[in-house]
Design a protein around this ligand. Structure first.
Ligand SMILES: [Zn+2]
Length: 226
């Protein structure tokens, strides 16, 4: 069907029926099924780069709002206070909870911030092939940061604290709180719509161009495909 056979065709064994077969180059939005049992072996997202990039840019804006705007405002007996995520971590630090403060700062600010930044860099860089060779390394850093972005845990903790404090004082959720709620949805949406294979394939093209100038370029590529 495809007049140009894909040089990077993968041979896989079907996990259900063990039939060994090659996965052809898939058009966007298509999936490859096992001809014997119908198990879906590979899937190519409709929009593997632009959709996660749009989500990442949105997440970057929301991330800035989440950190710049107050999470909540508390008023009790005529006194009024409001704080941001980092302000809360700083308060914990000065009251002697250094370890908790460091964990909050890392899981709520540093890790998600770096994840969004690395993903935006990778997705912008691979939009126009050939992808620069550093993309693979930056993607690896991004994937290291991904499990440490724990907004859902933080939001749960804040909500529990809110309900407790609400018994003693007037509590107003701030804009930062809504932004954190949006990030709880946006960050998994990036992970779901993003296909790392798409990026690796484009990085391999760049490697091909590099290796084709050398003797034995095929051997390098064969290793990269596995
Ligand atoms: Zn099968």
């Amino acid at each position: 069907m495809d007049p140009f056979p894909d040089p990077a065709m993968e041979a896989v064994a079907c996990p259900d029926c063990d039939l060994l077969q090659e996965i052809p180059a898939l058009p966007p939005g298509a999936q490859a099924r096992c001809p014997r049992c119908g198990h879906v072996l590979a899937r190519r997202p409709t929009d593997p780069i632009d959709l996660p990039l749009a989500l990442t840019v949105t997440a970057a804006v929301v991330f800035i709002v989440a950190n710049a705007m107050p999470l909540m405002a508390i008023s009790a007996v005529g006194r009024h206070a409001s704080t941001t995520i980092l302000g809360g971590a700083y308060q914990m630090w000065v009251t002697g909870e250094q370890i908790t403060a460091a964990i909050v700062a890392f899981c709520a600010v540093i890790a998600p911030g770096l994840y969004i930044f690395f993903m935006m860099t990778v997705l912008t860089a691979v939009r126009r092939p050939p992808a620069p060779h550093w993309v693979g390394e930056v993607l690896r850093w991004g994937l290291y940061m991904q499990p440490w972005s724990m907004y859902e845990v933080m939001l749960l903790g804040i909500l529990v604290a809110l309900i407790k404090i609400a018994e003693l004082a007037m509590v107003d959720p701030g804009i930062g709180m809504y932004a954190v709620g949006a990030l709880v949805i946006l960050l998994p949406a990036i992970m779901v719509s993003f296909d790392a294979r798409e990026v690796w394939q484009r990085v391999e093209w760049a490697d091909d161009e590099m290796s084709s100038t050398h003797e034995g370029g095929d051997a390098i590529r064969a290793e990269a495909v596995r």
